[in-house]
Design a protein around this ligand. Structure first.
Ligand code: ZN
Length: 273
């Protein structure tokens, strides 16, 4: 727990800095808050989140891994290939536990700290090719690997609440809140942009088209559903701009042409309930 105490001291210093100088030194990226949590904190928080989600099967009906082994094999194959990317920082440190939530009405996925990632069956079924799914998964992996979640949770819940969770003194209602917050978490525009860019970076040297996440947005636009949907569909930046930015990143990195793997993706979809 020494690290927590150090963090409290650190937080006091930051607070002093804020109140004395109005603003502390920041990255050139204005959105980037100071993440005072260690990798171990991310791991702990991610684990607690996954326990919370597992304990609420009504809200989060996790697809049984044994019963739907084929679906999970597809998911893990795609995840593991993305995690081979050189740009991934915490491949070995994070758990990368990836689960499917059985709800066909939700077109979403979300990432908890330390690579606890949840994908709804509604999202998998909405997409038509594996490169698009890989793009969305890579986007979620970017949120976890770039540690956007602890940044964002801190500003959503307040640092004090997070610290009490890490110290194990949490008010049960606070930890219950985390699952709810994560499922509807809206990252800032800068974080979304970064996750989009990194999704291209991660996919660049894989077998898929690197702009897969853009294909997902394009399908939403085509389907006329680009409004009012959660997480990666957050209103800012709008889906059109995101498609453009993703394609621009693809050109910039000169990613080789990949495949869409439609038949293989169909097999993934057919293995779902
Ligand atoms: Zn996102």
């Amino acid at each position: 727990m020494k690290s927590i105490i150090q963090k409290l001291v650190c937080f006091s210093l930051i607070t002093i800095c804020v109140s004395t100088f109005f603003s502390c030194k920041k990255d050139d990226d204005q959105d980037r808050s100071i993440n005072i949590f260690t990798i171990e904190d991310d791991q702990l928080l991610g684990k607690q989140l996954s326990e919370e989600i597992a304990a609420d099967p009504e809200m989060y009906p996790i697809l049984d891994e044994q019963e739907y082994e084929k679906a999970y094999n597809h998911l893990y194959r795609i995840r593991d290939e993305i995690l081979e990317a050189d740009a991934i920082i915490y491949k070995d440190e994070f758990d990368w536990e990836t689960k499917i939530i059985h709800n066909d009405t939700i077109l979403n996925a979300f990432a908890g700290p330390a690579g606890y990632i949840y994908v709804y069956t509604g999202l998998i079924k909405f997409l038509e090719s594996e490169d698009h799914f890989a793009g969305v998964l890579a986007h979620e992996i970017a949120h976890a690997d770039r540690r956007h979640v602890t940044d964002q949770l801190t500003s959503n819940l307040g640092l004090e609440a997070i610290l009490s969770i890490l110290l194990g003194e949490e008010d049960p209602s606070t930890i219950a809140q985390i699952g709810t917050i994560l499922a509807s978490l809206k990252f800032t525009r800068t974080k979304e942009k970064e996750a989009d860019e990194f999704s291209v970076k991660y996919l660049c040297n894989t077998e898929w088209n690197a702009n897969g996440a853009g294909g997902f947005f394009q399908r939403l636009i085509d389907m006329g559903q680009a409004i009012g949907l959660p997480e990666f569909l957050s209103t800012h930046p709008n889906p059109d701009n995101r498609v453009e930015a993703i394609n621009a990143q693809d050109s910039l990195l000169m990613c080789p042409q990949g495949g869409a793997f439609i038949n293989r993706y169909e097999d993934f979809k057919n293995s779902l309930p």
